[in-house]
Design a protein around this ligand. Structure first.
Ligand SMILES: [Zn+2]
Length: 111
């Protein structure tokens, strides 16, 4: 339940400027010079493009990591939320790279 809240809480509730993926994505891509930071493989290492279907916003420190801190009493929910969505914890990655990391398995390379 807390995981759901961390992920889906109205993003602009706590961020003063609001957080819009469509706006943040190109900014993060530019900041990274179009490079996906996931180690290769499974990353195809193609340049990141500004399309929500193929480029996702990834949390460097994961939602689950912050959930643990909330459950351990190290952070309040609001503190965890702010750090989760802080610029320093966000990066643009390929859709596939993000998926692989979250499910903890690597993809079989396409022939
Ligand atoms: Zn990648």
């Amino acid at each position: 339940m807390i995981v759901h809240l961390l992920r889906n809480w109205r993003p602009n509730r706590l961020r003063p400027q609001g957080f819009r993926l469509a706006h943040e994505r190109p900014r993060l891509i530019a900041k990274q010079n179009g490079i996906c930071p996931v180690p290769s493989p499974p990353c195809p290492k193609s340049p990141l493009v500004n399309d929500g279907k193929v480029t996702h916003i990834d949390h460097v420190e994961t939602v689950n990591a912050f959930l643990d801190k909330v459950l351990q009493g190290e952070l309040t929910f609001d503190e965890a939320y702010l750090q989760l969505w802080d610029d320093s914890n966000l990066r643009a990655v390929h859709h596939g790279c993000n998926y692989d990391r979250n499910v903890g398995r690597s993809r079989v390379a396409a022939p």
